[in-house]
Design a protein around this ligand. Structure first.
Ligand code: ATP
Ligand code: MG
Length: 561
């Protein structure tokens, strides 16, 4: 492609809301343009990359026996009502005003609809069906460019099996396909076990990458690969020590002391000598939750300890429940269930609220003074804590989901009546799995991981073109002739070449554009080197430059690409 004719509108400046590198660089390189919040047009350069990612995904899906479909995005609403997902998606689902249609945010229902009555015997399975198609979700906060769009391209696959054991096999195939896809795309990822959200079902795993644009916070151990959302992650962390001698309980007047930090300053003590109290209302009954020092209650973990209706106590009901306002509440004399974080296990000589405003108690021995106290892991993991699996240090960071594999089970087959006859002639619901990858996210995450201050750094696999040929002074006949000949030769050899043949652009401008677009190898044709029948080659990734005789260029490129 000749740059003089190409529509690659590069930019120097981008809108202020573009902050993360992939968003900035996709705009600056002219890969995409925003049409409206969360809705992006892919321009030719960007779409070339989309096609490459799609092809890799397609090859790997075909390799596990996947069969490609193309389902409509416009769906009759009734099908979604049968699985209760109009309600489950709520405002995230786009509705068509003049008809009972919705725009599909995913395609479990439609694939199951097609399986129903067709996949009807155990002999018809296993099946893996997939498509690479547009999804619509009315994301409340579209941001970070194409990473969270309202319309996006997803590879979604569905497996149909006769048993959970067979589902395990389909699941393992997808797991392997995903590893292959992300490896081929040169993405550094990790895998997090997760709950399956609105999809419903059993086990699931998320393939994630570290990114400031992420909305999940994860704890990750580089050494052993442990990774978990901080909502559920665990770590080894020191508890409060138990001293040999337990002191007597004593009431201390603490006027205006409310927070743990204020208490520590006032009494000149350490936060690991303090038990913080939080009151929750669980199924209409108060529960006191004790945490060590400034540790915050992890409400996801708390909810799994206290299933059912759970909410923090309102400030105005605390006094009635405990006799004091927040800041002076404590375990001694609290009427109701008390649970504590594991870090407080059997601690003594603690300070906590006295259930009396402006008063605290010292010398609390949880073993002696709080009978039947139950301990659970209730806190959120922090960076630098110790990995429970391998003992090395955990990192905590924001991450973004690239892909997700789910064991759906019978959630959709039961709701839509997709059943089969087993070997004994018995009717059973089909056991399903579903597996998604966000195509634009693959591209954005690749750019997040492969860029520098000058621009994108493409690897040959995803690069929109492999070679960036530049004619430096396209007014000189020898440059015009040589660069055009090289361009024709390279194309004839099957390379994908972007040829900067612009006549009016200065050399510096061309160099900057080449680094910005970031194609793997640059070939620079200038009149000085041409005198010796040479061109200059620059490797974008390493910055390495060398001159080479034109005759030898082609062999060298075989080595490089
Ligand atoms: P997230 O938690 O980021 O909203 P999700 O759990 O809703 O993701 P899935 O329903 O599992 O995502 O969809 C499968 C894949 O589709 C995701 O792994 C992601 O790569 C992609 N994806 C989901 N939502 C979006 C979006 N709004 N824009 C771009 N890609 C998306
Ligand atoms: Mg989502």
């Amino acid at each position: 492609m000749k740059l003089s004719k190409a529509f690659i509108p590069t930019l120097k400046e981008v809108p202020a809301d573009a902050i993360i590198p992939s968003h900035v660089l996709m705009l600056r390189t002219g890969m995409v343009r925003m049409l409206s919040a969360g809705i992006y047009s892919f321009l030719p350069l960007g779409y070339t990359v989309v096609k490459k990612v799609v092809e890799i995904i397609r090859e790997e899906m075909d390799a596990i026996g996947g069969q490609e479909f193309h389902l409509p995005a416009l769906n009759p609403k009734e099908i979604w009502e049968e699985t209760n997902r109009v309600e489950a998606f709520g405002d995230t689902m786009f509705h068509i005003k003049n008809r009972d249609y919705v725009l599909a945010p995913t395609h479990e229902e439609i694939m199951t609809y097609h399986a129903k009555g067709v996949v009807k015997s155990y002999k018809d399975m296993p099946q893996i069906w997939y498509q690479i198609q547009t999804k619509f979700r009315n994301e409340p906060r579209p941001k970070s460019g194409v990473i969270r769009g309202r319309q996006f391209l997803m590879k979604d696959a569905y497996s149909f099996d006769t048993s959970w054991e067979n589902l395990d096999k389909s699941y393992a195939l997808h797991d392997q396909a995903y590893r292959n896809i992300f490896k081929r795309c040169d993405l550094k990822y990790f895998i997090v076990g997760a709950s399956s959200g609105a999809m419903g079902g059993n086990r699931s795993e998320e393939f994630m990458v570290k990114s400031e644009a992420g909305e999940d916070t994860v704890a990750h151990c580089e050494k052993c690969g442990y990774a978990a959302n901080v909502e559920v992650a665990t770590s080894v962390v020191e508890g409060a020590p138990r001293n040999e001698n337990s002191l007597e309980l004593k009431e201390i007047s603490t006027p205006n002391v409310k927070s743990i930090d204020e208490l520590c300053r006032f009494l000149n003590i350490n936060e690991t000598q303090c038990a913080k109290s939080r009151v929750y209302i669980h199924n209409d009954k108060p529960v006191l939750v004790l945490m060590l020092g400034n540790d915050e209650v992890n409400e996801t973990k708390l909810a799994s300890v206290l299933p059912g209706a759970l909410r923090p106590g309102h400030p105005d009901e605390l006094k009635e429940i405990t006799g004091a306002d927040a800041g002076s509440i404590g375990p001694i004399g609290f009427k109701g269930r008390i649970i504590a974080d594991l870090r407080l296990k059997d601690a003594n000589n603690l300070y906590s609220g006295a259930n009396k405003n402006d008063c605290h108690l010292g010398g609390i021995d949880l073993k002696r003074d709080v009978p039947n106290l139950e301990y659970f892991d209730l806190r959120t993991v922090q960076a630098e804590e110790t990995c429970t699996r391998c003992g090395s240090k955990l990192d905590v960071f924001k991450a973004i989901e690239l892909g997700h594999i789910f064991k759906l089970g019978t959630r959709y087959s039961e709701a839509l009546g997709a059943t089969f006859l087993d070997e004994n002639g018995k009717v059973n619901p089909i056991i399903m799995g579903s597996y998604g990858i966000g195509v634009e996210r693959v591209i954005a995450c690749y750019i997040e991981q492969h860029n520098d201050e000058k621009g994108i750094i493409w690897d040959k696999t995803l690069a929109p073109y492999q070679l960036h040929l530049m004619g430096l002074n396209m007014k000189k006949p020898e440059v015009i002739e040589a660069s055009n000949k090289i361009y024709d030769d390279l194309k004839a050899m099957g390379y994908q070449v972007l040829f900067d043949d612009r006549v009016d652009a200065q050399a510096g401008f061309k160099f900057n554009d080449a680094d910005l677009l970031g194609l793997p190898v640059q070939i620079i044709v200038g009149d000085k080197n041409l005198k010796e029948n040479k061109v200059e080659v620059k490797i974008r990734k390493s910055g390495e430059r060398f001159t080479i005789e034109i005759d030898r260029l082609y062999d060298k490129l075989k080595e490089l690409i």
